[in-house]
Design a protein. Structure first.
Length: 227
C-alpha cells in the first residue's frame, strides 16, 4: 500500500515537483499516472523508489516511512520494487537470460530458483526463443520485454513502469500495457505512467491519477465504468 498525505517535493533549485499530494493506493491495483511531460509523474516515481525524499508531508511505500527511512531499510524496500525505466538500462553485450538474472543473485534465491523464475518470466513475456540472444541485436519492443522480465522475475510487490509505450505504435503499446497488467495480483501493485491518455480510455478496474503542475487528482474506476 502507498499512502501520501500533504506530500511535497521541492528540488534544490526551488522547483516544486509535487505539491499537496493526498492519495491512497491499495495493494493489488493497476494504477495509471497521466499528465504532460514535466507535470510531476517522474517526480512521484522517484519518491516511491527513494531516489528523492519528501520535502514536506508524509509518504509510506509498502509500509515504510519514506520520510525517515535509513539506507539499510531503503535497500530492503527496493528489493520489493521492480522498476522499468524509459531507457531500459540493459547490459549490452549480454544475453536476454543474463540481463534478467542481474540483481536476482543478490536476493534470497537459490541458483535453481533464479533459473526457474528467469526462464518462466522470459517465456511469459514471449522471448523464450531469444533467451540466448545478445540484447544489442533485439528490436526496441523486444528490449522492452527484456526490461519487463528483469523487473518482474524476482516477484516484486510493486512494479513501476515509466512511460513504457513512448516509442511504440498503438498495437504494440496496447500489448505492452496488457502484459504489464497481467502481473497484478492480490499483493502486487502495477503503476504505469503515460502521457498517451488515448491508450487507456477503455481500461477498466484501475485507478487513474492525473498530474498537472505537481498537483494530483485521483479517480478509481470499477469494472462497470471506463477510465
Amino acid at each position: 500500500m502507498i499512502i501520501a498525505n500533504k506530500l511535497y517535493l521541492k528540488y534544490p533549485d526551488g522547483t516544486l515537483g509535487l505539491k499537496d499530494v493526498n492519495l491512497v493506493i491499495p495493494s493489488g491495483e493497476v494504477v495509471y499516472i497521466t499528465g504532460p511531460s514535466g507535470s510531476g509523474k517522474t517526480s512521484f516515481l522517484k519518491l516511491l523508489m527513494g531516489m528523492e525524499s519528501p520535502s514536506d508531508g508524509y509518504l509510506t511505500v509498502l509500509g515504510k516511512d519514506m520520510n525517515n527511512i535509513n539506507n539499510r531499510e531503503l535497500r530492503r524496500l527496493r528489493r520489493s520494487i521492480g522498476p522499468i525505466f524509459q531507457d531500459f538500462k540493459l547490459l549490452d553485450g549480454r544475453t536476454v537470460y543474463e540481463n534478467v538474472i542481474i540483481g536476482m543473485r543478490f536476493l534470497d534465491f537459490s541458483k535453481s530458483e533464479i533459473q526457474n523464475l528467469a526462464l518462466a518470466t522470459i517465456k511469459r513475456v514471449g522471448l523464450d526463443h531469444k533467451i540466448n540472444s545478445i540484447v544489442d541485436n533485439l528490436s526496441y519492443g523486444e528490449r522492452q520485454r527484456v526490461a519487463i522480465a528483469r523487473a518482474v522475475a524476482r516477484r516484486p510487490l510493486l512494479i513501476i513502469a515509466d512511460e513504457p509505450t513512448g516509442n511504440l505504435d498503438k498495437d504494440n503499446s496496447l500489448n505492452i500495457l496488457d502484459l504489464l497488467k497481467s502481473f497484478k495480483d492480490n499483493n502486487t501493485t502495477v503503476i504505469i505512467t503515460t502521457h498517451a491518455t488515448h491508450l487507456i480510455e477503455d481500461e477498466q478496474d484501475c485507478i487513474k491519477i492525473n498530474v498537472l503542475n505537481g498537483k494530483m487528482s485521483t479517480e478509481e474506476v470499477s469494472y462497470e465504468s471506463n477510465c
